[in-house]
Design a protein around this ligand. Structure first.
Ligand SMILES: [Zn+2]
Ligand SMILES: [Zn+2]
Length: 271
């Protein structure tokens, strides 16, 4: 039985999430309620996303839509190909669409959304919220169904009050833990790039990610996936250790996973 048959047997109610890729070379997150399946970003090539879905036992033909967070190529590289190949509508903010220029080519169907305004894709309720990142109109998302809530916040320089507010009460969180500040400062990147990453419009450090998580953790949180790790300025062990330290030793309700650039993660099914 493949993963989607297992989901069918469970019935179209619990949300499931699979990180297909995460990092500066490409990002794609699969979210499904069994009946409606989305990709939040498609930043690998179309064929690579298709392959990773197949590895995970997921069927690209059963996708319902692609939702785009911002126009950086590590988030949109495969959007056009997948939209055309599988006739998928693409939910995207008008400013992001404009900023993407011709990077995506023709899209099968464009469904504009506006940051701060909720919208639905079948039974999935999405809320795009503003993030602090050097893109035209960058968004994080919450995706809710039947009391379960998935929060996605990668590509943010700082966790603003609004981000914290939106990420409260999540059942599953995908949270950026981009870099270890010492590795970044002492690493090989040119100084302007180091400054960009550290800035309010750059990427969230392991420390900041840990502090945010310590603040918003609650008993209903089941899974946290640390994501968009730098391959140059971070290691999965450092990200995990730093976040664990910020959380202290107290008992907790959730598991922490670390997303990876080179292979897809496991399919997490919320009960
Ligand atoms: Zn990115
Ligand atoms: Zn970005």
């Amino acid at each position: 039985m493949d993963a989607e048959d297992a989901l069918d047997e469970a019935g179209p109610c619990g949300l499931s999430v699979c990180i297909l890729a995460s990092g500066s070379k490409g990002n794609a997150i699969y979210v499904s309620d069994g009946a409606t399946s989305l990709l939040v970003d498609a930043g690998l090539s179309g064929i690579d996303i298709q392959r990773r879905m197949e590895w995970a036992g997921l069927c690209p033909e059963r996708l319902s839509a692609i939702v785009v967070s911002h126009e950086h190529s590590d988030h949109i590289r495969g959007v056009g190909v997948l939209s055309r190949r599988y006739k998928l509508p693409v939910y995207i903010s008008p400013d992001t669409l404009k900023a993407a220029g011709n990077q995506m080519g023709r899209l099968h169907d464009i469904r504009p959304f506006h940051i701060g305004r909720s919208f639905a894709i079948n039974d999935l309720a999405l809320h795009p919220f503003a993030t602090s990142h050097d893109a035209q109109d960058p968004a994080g998302f919450t995706i809710s169904r039947n009391g379960q809530k998935v929060g996605i916040a990668t590509d943010l320089g700082v966790a603003t009050g609004m981000v914290r507010q939106h990420l409260q009460d999540c059942t599953l969180l995908v949270l950026e833990a981009n870099h270890d500040p010492d590795m970044l400062v002492n690493g090989p990147y040119p100084w302007p790039l180091k400054q960009r990453i550290k800035s309010r419009n750059g990427h969230l450090s392991n420390e900041d990610s840990g502090h945010l998580l310590a603040e918003i953790q609650h008993d209903g949180l089941c899974h946290v996936i640390l994501a968009h790790l730098s391959e140059t300025n971070n290691t999965p062990e450092k990200a995990l250790d730093t976040v664990e330290r910020a959380l202290g030793g107290a008992a907790r309700s959730f598991q922490i996973h670390v997303a990876c650039q080179e292979r897809c993660g496991s399919l997490l099914i919320l009960k």
